[in-house]
Write a protein that binds this ligand. Structure first.
Ligand SMILES: NC(=O)c1ccc[n+]([C@@H]2O[C@H](COP(=O)([O-])OP(=O)(O)OC[C@H]3O[C@@H](n4cnc5c(N)ncnc54)[C@H](OP(=O)(O)O)[C@@H]3O)[C@@H](O)[C@H]2O)c1
Length: 258
């Protein structure tokens, strides 16, 4: 039996992954943005061990999420799943002055990775759209670019792959991988999404708990439990380090180098 923490498990693929892990007999700590969503999440995932709460758009609350997770003990696996989709019509600024999509999709998994006691396995939810992410990393804050919601989302999903691979390279004692779930009909994916929803949560669950040697790898990118080629820019070590540096500058949190 493994112990797994999943961000953004109040809905969609995070909730489905939590439900499947509980069904398989694992111990799962779920996460929701606030107390009310937390209660709803516990009701939707009967058998979950407990819930931690906090809005990942806020750096302060994200620190607090990490504290709650550390207070709950050690984890075998953490699934960085929570995200905002590609339909924000304008640059929405968080309380820290950051684009909302960047705060939730890029900075929160970075901060949580750095501050939560290191698990054995880390999974980062990316998207096929990461292939068109801006690999220059030049304008993370969208202060000069004209806002494009889909591009902003694609950029952050490339960041998630860069983060997964940077962690895999720095932390040799951890399996750190990224994956895309397919375009599926969750709140984010929308009702017309063409891919199989029932496959959308399985790869991250498999990577989290399976003893299959194919799941016990690091620095890889998956789709439906098979390796898939990520954007080649995600393999560029200098670019990985630049993303970590930008996240450190924005959050004030350092990611241990090994
Ligand atoms: N669905 C797709 O087609 C698709 C395709 C490619 C990649 N993905 C990736 O798969 C992952 C899961 O997506 P999904 O489709 O399951 O999305 P979803 O149905 O919209 O669920 C997102 C989850 O994240 C939570 N969340 C969002 N912002 C948060 C915040 N500021 N603080 C705390 N929690 C927050 C949501 O909480 P609430 O319920 O309270 O909103 C919800 O539990 C994401 O990383 C996404 O990028 C999805």
């Amino acid at each position: 039996m493994a112990r797994v923490f999943i961000t953004g498990s109040s809905d969609g693929l995070g909730r489905m992954a939590a439900q499947l892990l509980v069904e398989q007999g694992h111990s799962v700590v779920v996460h929701a943005r606030n107390q009310q969503r937390g209660q709803e999440t516990l009701a939707a995932v009967p058998g979950a061990e407990t819930v931690v709460t906090g809005d990942l758009a806020s750096i302060r609350q994200t620190h607090n999420v990490a504290e709650q997770v550390n207070a709950a003990g050690s984890f075998d696996a953490i699934i960085h799943n929570a995200a905002i989709g590609y339909q924000e019509p304008r640059r929405i600024a968080t309380e820290d002055g950051l684009p909302h999509v960047l705060a939730v999709n890029t900075l929160a998994p970075y901060i949580l990775t750095a501050l939560i006691r290191r698990p054995k396995r880390l999974m980062y939810l990316s998207s096929g759209l990461h292939q068109s992410g801006d690999a220059s990393l030049n304008e993370l804050l969208w202060e000069k670019r004209r806002w494009q919601g889909q591009q902003a989302y694609a950029d952050t999903k490339l960041h998630d792959v860069l983060l997964a691979f940077a962690v895999a390279r720095r932390w040799k004692d951890v399996f750190s991988n990224a994956l895309e779930p397919g375009w599926v009909a969750t709140k984010m994916g929308g009702p017309r999404a063409p891919d199989d929803l029932d496959q959308g949560h399985r790869t991250q669950v498999w990577l989290a708990v399976s003893e299959d040697p194919a799941a016990k790898v690091t620095g890889q990118y998956f789709y439906h439990m098979k390796l898939r080629a990520p954007n080649p820019a995600s393999r560029d070590v200098e670019r990985q380090e630049r993303l970590l540096e930008a996240c450190r500058d924005l959050s004030g949190v350092d990611l241990p180098s090994r």
